[in-house]
Design a protein around this ligand. Structure first.
Ligand code: NCD
Length: 325
């Protein structure tokens, strides 16, 4: 009797890194590797998701994430629809759930959702029949960003386990930080968060990170220095005295970087605010900065996620659904 092999990623949605095992993370990263190679070819198009519909539903602005999810879907052959809050009936007072139920009635296979409120994407996932990918919910999670960061690091360093990763800046408001800490801790890296006392929370220690308030100790012997933007859109009131003072103490320049390993990699999820959290020369340092590479990895990671989350739908797949190679 034929036995059905267990699915390597037995989940319907990708809502966060929280709860994923090292094995599941590795499955996603290994699958992404295949797409990195594929995306460097002249012909990038495949038919794996032909006949499938992907809706990108963005209630918050985005450059990298939205574009790369769109490219990812299109390169896999899906029909991709982009919706932004400004152009939708949300402007007419429709609730998130009503919007989701409306889209669900059109039978999409994947919904990629970004929303300014933490937990909104999880709520939506409970109401729809298709796979849901969290493209960032408030300051909660941004799982595909953590995966693309991990892929960038793993390709450069050959591993994640044992590395010292310093995540610096506005960690308090950062979904990138939360997803990254959980992924890196799960994979055996040592994570430090480096931020002024006003921009951290006790949560980060509970997640397994060490908290530092000065760059000199936080960056000491670090393999990876990941900078974050001051997310003023999530701040009510003043969290830093002035941008000038913030840069003086927490902006990454060569002087502060000297505390890290000589070959430490510089990362930033974007969008960057040059002269605020990062010096412009450091950001563009071709030997140290992997910021552009992170963007490239983003497309591959999102292709891998779409591939894996739609994998179990293969009973309804077209005949050439396996033509991923
Ligand atoms: C991040 C985000 O939206 O959370 N950007 C991104 O997805 N590349 C970080 C940020 O906005 O600062």
């Amino acid at each position: 009797m034929a036995t059905v092999a267990p699915r390597p990623f037995p989940r319907r949605h990708l809502l966060g890194i929280e709860g994923l095992s090292a094995r599941e993370i590795t499955v996603l990263l290994d699958k992404s590797e295949k797409y990195v190679d594929r995306n460097r070819r002249v012909n990038k198009k495949q038919s794996l998701l032909r006949g499938r519909t992907q809706i990108n539903l963005f209630f918050e602005s985005s450059t990298r994430t939205r574009t790369s999810f769109e490219l990812a879907g299109k390169r896999l052959g899906a029909d991709v629809i982009n919706m932004s809050a400004e152009a939708s009936s949300v402007r007419k007072g429709e609730t998130l759930i009503d919007t989701a139920m409306t889209l669900n009635a059109m039978r999409p296979d994947v919904l990629v959702v970004r929303h300014p409120h933490s937990g909104a994407v999880n709520l939506l996932a409970q109401k729809v029949d298709c796979a849901v990918v969290n493209a960032g919910d408030g300051s909660h999670e941004h799982p595909t960003q953590a995966l693309l960061d991990a892929l960038t690091i793993r390709r450069r360093r050959g591993r994640l386990g044992g590395l010292i990763v310093a995540i610096c800046g506005d960690v308090l408001h950062s979904r990138v930080a939360r997803s990254n800490i959980q992924l890196l801790v799960a994979m055996g890296a040592r994570v430090r968060v480096v931020a002024p006392p006003t921009l951290v929370s006790p949560l980060f220690e509970r997640m397994g990170a060490d908290v530092h308030h000065d760059m000199a100790s936080g960056l000491r012997d670090a393999d990876i220095v990941m900078m974050l933007r001051l997310q003023t859109e999530r701040m009510q009131g003043a969290f830093v005295p002035s941008v000038r003072e913030y840069f003086h103490f927490y902006g990454l320049d060569y002087q502060k970087l000297a505390a890290a390993k000589p070959d430490a990699l510089i990362m930033h999820p974007g969008p960057m605010n040059r002269g605020v959290e990062i010096d412009t020369d450091v950001a563009d340092d071709i030997d140290r900065s992997v910021i552009r590479e992170q963007v490239e990895m983003g497309v591959a990671v999102r292709m891998a996620c779409l591939d894996i989350l739609t994998d179990h739908l293969s009973n309804a797949a077209p005949a050439d659904a396996g033509a991923a190679e």
